[in-house]
Design a protein around this ligand. Structure first.
Ligand code: SAM
Length: 246
């Protein structure tokens, strides 16, 4: 059979396209792209002539058997999304799972990703971290999800569009309180790349005076350990801590 190559693409800066990503897109027989018009611009820039097939959330079920058949017939296929890593808040996972099931080699390339790029510049603890992605649309579901995230003792990462960022920050403040540190990363790798750092309340205040622009990554500080509900007795905890110190 052929192989499935997972190819990350730039999240704003074309120079982040790796030579290996260019070579892979050149060499495969077919590119399965989230938006073929968008990817065509990238292909034109790098003078790549490979044929494309659309593969997005609305035609996944119909495309899966078709892509599988092509792979089994020996074609090498690269999957790309509009920006960044395939499968990360983007199409891809179902195709990967199907290939694994059918013993078709899956070859991932490393590359651009908004969440990790924001995390390493956040200044917040990068380990452990929890990637959530986009919150649901319905406000009751948003409340529910944020209530769970608020309890995590891990830095957590959200994706958000400029249209909903204010609402999301308000919901975040309701869930985690005023004091939690947050970092908003906007237009990563682009000319107007910017980071907004502060407490949830400070960042909220900023948006009461400035209109949000561009796509955002929201990084939220972990719940401070001292506030974590104790599930083991204090005695046991002291015991554990002493053991660690020794
Ligand atoms: N697959 C992509 C990745 O690996 O990061 C994510 C795709 S998701 C559909 C798009 C979201 O990622 C945006 O709404 C934003 O939250 C985030 N994002 C993508 N590019 C970004 C950038 N240049 N700056 C900040 N956030 C970005």
């Amino acid at each position: 059979s052929g192989s499935l190559f997972l190819v990350p693409t730039p999240i704003g800066n074309l120079q982040d396209m790796s030579p290996r990503a260019v070579a892979t897109l050149n060499e495969v027989d077919l590119i399965a792209a989230e938006d073929t018009r968008n990817t065509q611009k990238l292909l034109n820039h790098f003078q790549i002539k490979t044929k494309q097939l659309s593969f997005h959330e609305h035609n996944t079920q119909q495309r899966l058997p078709e892509l599988l058949q092509k792979l089994q017939a020996g074609l090498n296929i690269a999957q790309v999304s509009d920006a960044g890593m395939p499968s990360i808040s983007d199409p891809g996972q179902e195709l990967v799972a199907l290939c694994i099931e059918k013993q078709i080699p899956v070859i991932p390339l490393p590359g651009p990703n908004a969440a990790l790029t924001a995390l390493i510049a956040s200044g917040l603890l990068p380990q452990p971290f929890y990637f959530y992605g986009f919150l649901p649309r319905k406000s009751s579901a948003v409340r529910q999800e944020l209530a769970k995230l608020a309890e995590l003792t891990a830095t957590f990462i959200l994706y958000e569009s400029p249209y909903r960022i204010k609402k999301t920050l308000q919901a975040l403040q309701n869930a985690v309180g005023d004091q939690r540190q947050v970092v908003l990363a906007r237009e990563l790798t682009k000319v107007h790349e910017a980071f907004l750092r502060g407490s949830v309340a400070q960042v909220q205040e900023y948006f009461s005076q400035h209109e949000p622009r561009g796509e955002y990554v929201i990084i939220v500080q972990a719940k401070p350990a001292a506030l974590v509900n104790m599930t083991i007795t204090d005695e046991k905890l002291v015991d554990l801590v002493t053991k660690q110190i020794k």
